[in-house]
Design a protein around this ligand. Structure first.
Ligand SMILES: [Zn+2]
Length: 302
């Protein structure tokens, strides 16, 4: 190899390493929230964390419903606490009644894919299939669609983000995790949450039996520290630049103003970006067994 070729090869390697390093840093920055990442990334429709000026947090439970979800809901109900559940479609098909109960008791339900795969390993059509299959399972169980999405393992790339945006979802990050997907002492789960919680935290929990045992102490600890629990759509609506999504708490009908045209119902707006219509239909049949509850922090549709 001539000296010139050698220099060119070295130069190409240097450029490739540089591009890889920058890409890796940006992905890491996405995940670890280094640097000046805002509460909400408009370009990608990602909630990173809530309004840091408000003493409120969102509890989120991933991977359900499971056998323990009933106990989890009992604890939340006894405390009159609201949470957001990111459900897995195949589990929804197994426990449709528990998903109905989540919504009936004021919790929000978000999409966590159908089979819980690593979406960034899949082709675009497979990613869409995972998301829409989960939505179909929830719609069959409840008559409600979802506006919030959390990729399994928080694994996402540009392709995943474009698919979720196209389907009208806001991607929801977390910034406090209890690592409760395996056996943990309830006191460890409690401390991992309470030691790291800050105004605007999005707290990640799972449905492990130890989590159920830890939950009363977590709720009490949050209250002692002056935190208010909100659902993710409530948190979005109180960001410095508010973002409005259709909540499915209390079933499909509660946030549907009777006079508004159906296309308005799935509207998502922000101060910076103009109104955008979500592609999924909001024209679901009202459920006769759900009493609409008012007083939720939902947007006013003008
Ligand atoms: Zn998960």
């Amino acid at each position: 190899m001539s000296d010139r070729s050698r220099v060119l090869v070295l130069l190409a390697c240097g450029v490739a390493i540089g591009v890889g390093a920058v890409g890796g840093f940006l992905r890491l920055r996405h995940r670890l929230h280094w640097g000046p990442i805002e509460t909400y990334e408009l370009r990608d429709d990602i909630l990173v964390h809530g309004n840091a000026d408000l003493k409120e947090v969102a509890l989120t439970f991933d991977d359900g419903p499971t056998d323990t979800t009933r106990d989890l809901l009992d604890v939340l109900k006894a405390d009159q606490a609201r949470a957001t559940f990111f459900v897995v479609g195949k589990q929804v098909a197994k426990y449709p009644g528990l998903v109905r109960r989540m919504m009936d008791e004021g919790h929000e339900v978000g999409n966590h894919s159908f089979h819980h795969p690593r979406l960034d390993d899949l082709a675009q059509n497979q990613i869409r299939d995972e998301i829409t299959a989960c939505d179909r399972a929830v719609f069959q169980a409840t008559g409600a669609h979802m506006s919030l999405f959390r990729p399994p393992g928080m694994r996402y790339d540009e392709v995943v983000l474009r698919a979720t945006q196209d389907l009208g979802y806001v991607t929801v990050h977390w910034n406090v995790a209890a690592k409760d997907f395996t056996d943990q002492a309830p006191s460890v789960i409690r401390d991992r949450v309470l030691d790291h919680v800050q105004p605007g935290s999005v707290i990640l929990l799972h449905g492990h039996p130890d989590t159920v045992r830890a939950l009363p102490a977590i709720l009490a600890g949050l209250r002692e520290r002056g935190y208010r629990l909100v659902t993710v759509s409530q948190m979005l609506s109180r960001l410095p630049r508010p973002v409005y999504v259709k909540s499915n708490a209390y079933g499909a009908t509660a946030t549907v103003p009777t006079a508004a045209p159906a296309t308005i119902l799935a509207k998502k707006t922000s101060a910076k970006k103009g109104p955008r219509l979500a592609r999924k239909s909001a024209t679901v049949e009202p459920r006769s067994d759900v009493t609409p509850v008012h007083g939720l922090d939902v947007p006013t549709w003008n």
